[in-house]
Design a protein around this ligand. Structure first.
Ligand code: NAP
Length: 278
């Protein structure tokens, strides 16, 4: 049963465009309810170029927290009062936290959420060699987080060379641009392109995958992508993309409420929502 909304209820929300397919309300509200806290989470469709007004509204309305999704992440990074180091490195914010003095601080929890999902699967990135296929916004967040968690090397493989180079710079001296033939020597193989979303396509020949690999796919619909299915068959350790989604949301709640939510409850809510969508 959903908590009764009172004058004391704190409100958090996501802004994006489009936002109606966001899983965030289901994840966050399930965790609020399980924790018995007087918070609710809503979704606001905010048109492109109106992120600054949404931040003003956050201040005026006293929202307890804000999630930010496309296309507002870069604008919000420009407009908040201060940035966490990851958000500053990426120039992108997915979480806004109101500080006690009324200023707004921006964070990027996507990369840390990815690392948390690896750890939840028993995989520690420190000292490992990673190949990441893709160099978009999600890949950039992962490269930054792997660098911050002492990865030994991150090789970025992407269709377009320029984004690959820019993403590799986020891992500083431990990043470089590479090719698919870097995969056999890697410990960790991360699929961060949009390929596989709602299809059985794979972005590279999955026959390259072996039992020594940890294979993570950022795509979570379907939950077991064709790439992960082949990786599992090859004996690899597989990490699905829903873990990243759930853990980045859990980190948001830690920032807003100062307490860790129940990630199992969040994941179950996300799985129910995905199953309902077919
Ligand atoms: P993005 O910024 O648009 O980047 C897309 C990436 O995919 C680029 O590297 C692009 O390469 C590559 N790509 C797209 N189509 C391709 C094709 N046909 N062949 C080869 N490469 C192709 O997207 P994003 O935000 O990084 O998201 C990437 C995926 O991660 C999406 O499926 C998204 O749903 C998922 N994601 C998951 C989570 C999570 O929590 N699990 C979080 C964020 C995103 P080019 O540079 O050559 O165009």
């Amino acid at each position: 049963m959903t908590n009764a909304v009172t004058a004391a209820t704190r409100i958090a929300a996501v802004i994006g465009c489009p936002v109606r397919h966001s899983l965030s309300p289901a994840l966050h509200n399930a965790a609020f309810e399980a924790a018995g806290v007087d918070w609710i989470y809503a979704a606001f469709e905010v048109a492109p170029d109106h992120a600054d007004e949404a931040l003003d509204a956050m201040r005026v309305l006293g929202l307890g927290g804000l999630s930010v999704t496309m296309p507002h992440k870069e604008q919000v990074a420009q407009s908040v009062d201060e940035l966490d180091p990851s958000a500053a490195a990426l120039g992108s914010v997915n979480t806004v936290v109101p500080l006690p003095d009324g200023r707004l601080r921006g964070y990027s929890t996507d990369g840390a959420g990815f690392v948390a999902s690896l750890r939840a699967a028993g995989v520690e990135p420190s000292g490992r060699k990673a190949v990441i296929v893709g160099a978009g916004a999600a890949a950039r967040a992962v490269v930054d987080a792997l660098y911050r968690h002492d990865i030994a090397e991150v090789v970025v493989v992407n269709r377009s060379p320029e984004p690959a180079f820019r993403a590799s710079l986020l891992a500083h001296e431990r990043g470089r641009v590479g090719h698919l033939d870097d995969i056999p020597d890697a410990d960790l193989v991360i699929q961060a392109t949009s390929i596989g979303m709602g299809t059985t396509d794979t972005p590279f020949d999955a026959a390259l995958l072996r039992s020594h690999h940890v294979v993570a796919d950022l795509v979570y619909h379907p939950l077991e992508t064709a790439l992960l299915a082949v990786a599992r068959e090859a004996g690899a350790t597989v990490v699905d993309g829903l873990g990243m989604l759930v853990h980045q949301a859990a980190l948001q709640q830690e920032l807003w409420l100062g307490r860790s939510p129940n990630v199992g409850v969040m994941r179950a809510a996300a799985e129910r929502e995905l199953a309902a969508r077919g």
